[in-house]
Ligand binder design. Sequence first.
Ligand code: AMP
Length: 307
Amino acid sequence: MLRHAAHHMNLLVVGSTAFDTIETPHAEAKRCLGGSSTYFALAARMFASVRLVSVVGQDFPTEHRSLLESRGIDLAGLESKPGKTFTWHGRYSADMNSRTTIDVQLNTFGDFQPKVPSKFRDSRFVFLANGAPATQMSVLSQVASPEFVVADTMDLWIERERDGLCALLKRINGLIVNDQEVKQLTGESNLIKAGKAVLAMGPSLVIVKKGEHGCFVFSPYFHYALPAYPTEKVLDPTGAGDSFAGGFMGYLASCDTISIWNMKRAVAYGTVAASLTVEAVGVDSIANADRATVERRYQDLLQFVTF
Ligand code: AMP
């Protein structure tokens, strides 16, 4: 994990592209651009050149494609298939700490078999957004010599595809999960024990997200915690996790080495990216953010945690 990396900036993300319908206590939106790969890419593009692999249907408008392209995201791996784009409809609780999926239409995402274009196969940084472990594994077999691979997962796969997930954990460098998921995965109710238990399953980095309470980071070399960026304006938490991953991976991909300190800084950039995403409904805020805004918030966050 601590070995030197050449100055590689290419970052591959594989995940969903969606139409999201979102209901929060403060806002509502119908069929807006969403999906894990979208949020990740819009955050990561502020740091590195992002390559996206995903699938949409014929109802996916050119405006959405143009938005992503205008942010420098390489869409050579965004496949368009006959049928409709994945749709997700979620509703948040009054305090926005939990959400219920009202409806999911997998559509073209249902049998998503990611095809990594040949020009993406030299990617050194890879983010496997939430998906079936077998699908995530198939991406790895299509990348020549990945240097730093991070995956996301969810309760569904921990429950139903544990063996596949365990096999994946042996092949990746980092896992990003939320506190409920890490407890479910390891059977440990103490978060510190749970984090260490995941390290024993393979990855050398485990990031546990705790929503508005920030995150814990576990590695064999260090433990680290960071609160969320102190924003008063939380309109829509959708995509916060994927934006966090995008800021984290994007920043690391822009570094010369994957050192402990660069990883700690990367966690702070992930935290900043997530804070931008939650301040608007859908992708608006993260899509319109720039590196200067990110750097200002990074300094604010540093002030917030330094004593
Ligand atoms: P996050 O809030 O970071 O977990 O990401 C939310 C995004 O994930 C939304 O834009 C959804 O479109 C997308 N999403 C929701 N459910 C799924 C699923 N089962 N598989 C893939 N993506 C999903």
